[in-house]
Design a protein around this ligand. Structure first.
Ligand SMILES: Cc1cc2nc3c(=O)[nH]c(=O)nc-3n(C[C@H](O)[C@H](O)[C@H](O)COP(=O)(O)OP(=O)(O)OC[C@H]3O[C@@H](n4cnc5c(N)ncnc54)[C@H](O)[C@@H]3O)c2cc1C
Ligand code: SF4
Length: 500
């Protein structure tokens, strides 16, 4: 029996289960350029993935492993050739995180046996999540997170049944919602100068017709660089990560966020080493608990939960459209050319870098898409194209579920819908905008306001079943018929003026 291992582009970790299963087996990595033209990807995402793959192949070779690196139009042709040339009788692949790729893999017609090795790049396996989820009335992230804290002994004190969360609370979110102060001074992010391999990939990507700026490119492309980003985050940014986690400031693209998702999602970092390093910083460097717990909740809680849920829900989850929203994606999502300053800033930033932090993604981009009634699938497709860290497993639950509530509440207990009030409180965007954040009708009314109230009114019947919406629906009921008619008129005029 001759075993061969296919390492997928987001599995770039030497201890990943397929690689670890057979020390001397030949390895193949395939860059499929045809795959990348089937849908749009941000230019910097293509550079990141292909450069990281090429660096990883070189690292594997340096450890003495036999590595074949193919650049091809499709995956199947070079794979079949390699299987035949090397007389492979068993091809091992670590279970893909993305369902469409898993389906593709299972449908492959190869001359050898295919073995899918369980994915060890997440903390919870698919089976363990299922065991946790089965039979529960609700799949609340907070319950899952607490289970994870106990399971990994993360930020816990005491022993056995007497174990309690460090500091006496599970969650310090209330301390982590500070609006931006004037004159805050976040540290510059850590970027890297592209090396020869990266520059070569950049030349190749420059020829492709896709979205986003190619330069400046400063993302880490090796595990060693990704570890430097982690270390820099812990020593320089973690301290203030918590309080300003939800703030948005013009010209400050990253604030105190970690910028770790591209590396976690590629396999350059493992989630366990990341949370362990952050916990150690709490114990040894006295880092503040609200920041430490806030960060660990993102990785041990949200990230694992999103992946677990993705693998747990039905295959048709991506087609969800609970509110029956069908408006096309406005053209400005690709250009950033809109007078709505919050959207202009967020889209311009993602074009330049491939990155927005969580609140820009949730409370600006997807909030707008939700209240303006854009098609969930068009929005998901845009997120997939626009972001440096986008993969099917993390997009579907975040965009379809969390951002757009298109799953009808499998994930969130109420839609994340907000008017300009929230954006005005948590950012400095409104002061430089042609619209007025307090007005909900008229020429200068902020579109977030008329769309918000229109959204509530259009879906009043189904929203009243979401218990947590009742308070706000009472405010809707106080609105005069005349004002609502004007809101409706503003909303439909706005759509008429857009070019999809
Ligand atoms: C509409 C929408 C789309 C999103 N799309 C993506 C995506 O394509 N890829 C992606 O990795 N994350 C996505 N997220 C989650 C989150 O916004 C990003 O992980 C985060 O902004 C990455 O930046 P960071 O590393 O600086 O994060 P930090 O703020 O420093 O957070 C630390 C880490 O926590 C993890 N994390 C936090 N929240 C989530 C979450 N909801 N889902 C998964 N991981 C989480 C990430 O690994 C992140 O690196 C999306 C969220 C929303 C609301
Ligand atoms: S006024 Fe409205 S459109 Fe302008 S930045 Fe504020 S929320 Fe965004």
């Amino acid at each position: 029996m001759t075993v061969g291992i296919w390492v997928l582009g987001d599995q770039l970790w030497q201890d990943q289960s397929a690689l670890a299963s057979e020390a001397n087996a030949p390895i193949i990595l395939i860059e499929s350029h045809g795959h990348s033209t089937k849908r749009r990807y941000h230019r910097q995402k293509l550079v990141l993935v292909w450069s990281a793959m090429r660096h990883f192949a070189a690292e594997l070779e340096a450890t003495g492993r036999a590595v074949t690196y193919e650049i091809a139009d499709d995956f199947v042709t070079p794979l079949r050739q390699w299987v035949e040339q090397n007389q492979i009788t068993e091809l091992r692949v670590m279970e893909p995180a993305d369902r469409p790729f898993a389906r593709f893999l299972n449908g492959l017609d190869l001359s050898c046996q295919l073995t899918i090795v369980p994915n060890n790049h997440f903390l919870w396996s698919v089976a363990e999540f299922k065991q946790w989820a089965d039979g529960r009335k609700s799949l609340l992230m907070e319950s899952f997170y607490r289970e994870g804290r106990k399971r990994y002994g993360m930020l816990m004190e005491g022993t056995g049944k007497k174990r309690t969360p460090v500091g006496g609370q599970w969650n310090y979110d209330k301390e982590n919602r500070k609006p931006p102060k004037k004159g805050i001074n976040p540290p510059v992010p850590q970027w890297f100068k592209p090396d020869k391999i990266t520059r070569q990939v950049m030349q190749e990507v420059a020829k492709l017709d896709t979205f986003g700026d190619l330069e400046p490119f400063g993302w880490a492309v090796t595990r060693a660089q990704a570890l430097q980003v982690l270390d820099y985050f812990i020593t320089v940014r973690l301290n203030t990560f918590g309080p300003y986690q939800d703030a948005m400031v013009t010209g400050e693209d990253t604030l105190w966020h970690g910028l770790l998702s591209p590396y976690l999602n590629l396999g350059l970092l493992h989630p366990l080493e990341v949370i362990q390093a952050v916990e150690a910083a709490y114990k040894q460097q006295d880092q503040p608990l609200n920041s430490v717990e806030g960060f660990i909740r993102q990785v041990l809680g949200w990230r694992e939960y999103m992946r677990g849920l993705y693998s747990y829900v039905d295959e048709d989850y991506p087609q969800g459209n609970y509110f029956e929203h069908h408006q096309p994606l406005p053209e400005f999502f690709w250009t950033g050319d809109t007078p709505m300053n919050c959207l202009h800033q967020s889209i311009d930033q993602v074009k330049r870098t491939g990155y927005n932090h969580h609140i820009q993604r949730l409370m600006i981009l997807s909030n707008f898409a939700l209240i303006a009634g854009l098609s969930p699938q068009a929005v998901e497709s845009w997120f997939h194209a626009a972001f440096i860290d986008a993969y099917d497993w993390v997009m579907q639950t975040n965009v379809i579920g969390m951002g757009l509530f298109a799953d009808g509440g499998v994930l969130a207990t109420k839609p994340y819908a907000a008017s300009a009030n929230y954006i005005n409180r948590m950012s400095d965007y409104c002061k430089d905008c042609q619209y007025h954040p307090k007005l909900r009708t008229g020429e200068n009314a902020c579109p977030f306001n008329f769309f918000y109230w229109d959204f509530l009114a259009r879906h009043r019947d189904i929203l009243q079943n979401q218990g947590r919406m009742n308070f706000i629906l009472k405010n809707l009921d106080k609105m005069s018929a005349e004002e609502y008619a004007e809101i409706r008129e503003n909303a439909s005029q706005w759509h008429e003026q857009q070019t999809p």
